[in-house]
Design a protein around this ligand. Structure first.
Ligand SMILES: [Zn+2]
Length: 279
């Protein structure tokens, strides 16, 4: 993680770095709205470029607020990438969502459950949500990276190493213009809902293996968060702290003006539109 942030630890004060191949900074997650940031509005803002906390009038979560469904449907990152890019390597879609979900998630959603921001955006864009079968083939990644404790019995599923999980992400990345992976154990640890030490959910090896497998002259890796939480273990709620933002590699210079969650998706879209017109 230090390597990703320009040789510094991920603690305040987070030194800004701006170079051709690396942009590192702390960005705002409060969106000009009082109260503690929540995932429903934070993620919807991060993945649409529209300030959804402002639209709802408060921070809301963890699921998307009904007044943001239309924005999330029409302006989400997957949709923007699909509109800006052609699929590559014989795929149907230019964008993909790498996370796998267990059978129980699909049962819950088809019952009275709700899609999360990310799954809602993927489904509304026509992308399929990966399940156990894809995870078993290494064509998806478990939310906890290693797949340890995966609820569906399948001899092909985990636990695998963080390095192997990174290889699986990289394989998806080579077949798509945008590959999104969502990691939320840091949030669960920050809420005190895990039985393991908070430090153990910091996936340093996974990120290291991703970096090892990328080529800075043609790939771009973006890492950020929808709100603070785990950085303050003295309390169990989200925080109003700024969140880390890293853009590493080929497209980093397109992210030099990112100041808040709202700026991330438009910058990704600009990068992809530019790249598409060059190829
Ligand atoms: Zn949370």
């Amino acid at each position: 993680m230090a390597r990703l942030a320009g040789d510094q630890p991920w603690v305040a004060p987070f030194r800004s770095v701006t170079s051709d191949l690396l942009v590192v900074r702390a960005i705002d997650a409060t969106l000009g709205v009082e109260g503690l940031p929540q995932s429903g509005t934070g993620q919807a803002t991060l993945f649409t470029g529209v300030n959804c906390a402002e639209r709802v009038g408060r921070h809301f979560g963890p699921y998307p607020h009904s007044t943001t469904h239309d924005i999330l449907r029409d302006h989400n990152l997957f949709r923007r990438v699909e509109d800006a890019s052609m699929p590559v390597n014989g795929q149907t879609h230019a964008a993909t969502f790498a996370n796998a979900y267990p059978d129980g998630f699909f049962d819950w959603v088809s019952g009275r459950g709700r899609w999360t921001v990310t799954t809602f955006a993927a489904v509304e864009t026509g992308l399929s949500i990966r399940g156990s079968e894809k995870l078993a083939r290494g064509a998806a990644v478990a939310a906890n990276i290693t797949g340890e404790g995966w609820p569906d019995p399948d001899p092909g599923i985990g636990p695998i190493s963080e390095t192997e999980a990174a290889s699986n992400v990289l394989r998806l990345h080579r077949r798509h213009r945008l590959t999104l992976f969502e990691y939320y154990l840091t949030d669960k640890a920050g809420h005190g809902r895990l039985e393991v030490p908070a430090e153990s959910v910091i996936v340093d090896r996974f990120l290291g293996a991703i970096l090892d497998g990328l080529d800075a002259s043609e790939d771009t890796l973006i890492v950020t968060s929808d709100h603070g939480n785990i950085e303050d273990l003295g309390q169990k709620q989200h925080t109003r702290h700024p969140v880390p933002f890293v853009a590493w590699g080929y497209g980093a210079s397109h992210f030099g003006n990112v100041e808040t969650l709202q700026d991330v998706t438009p910058a990704i879209q600009r990068l992809l539109s530019r790249t598409e017109s060059d190829t």
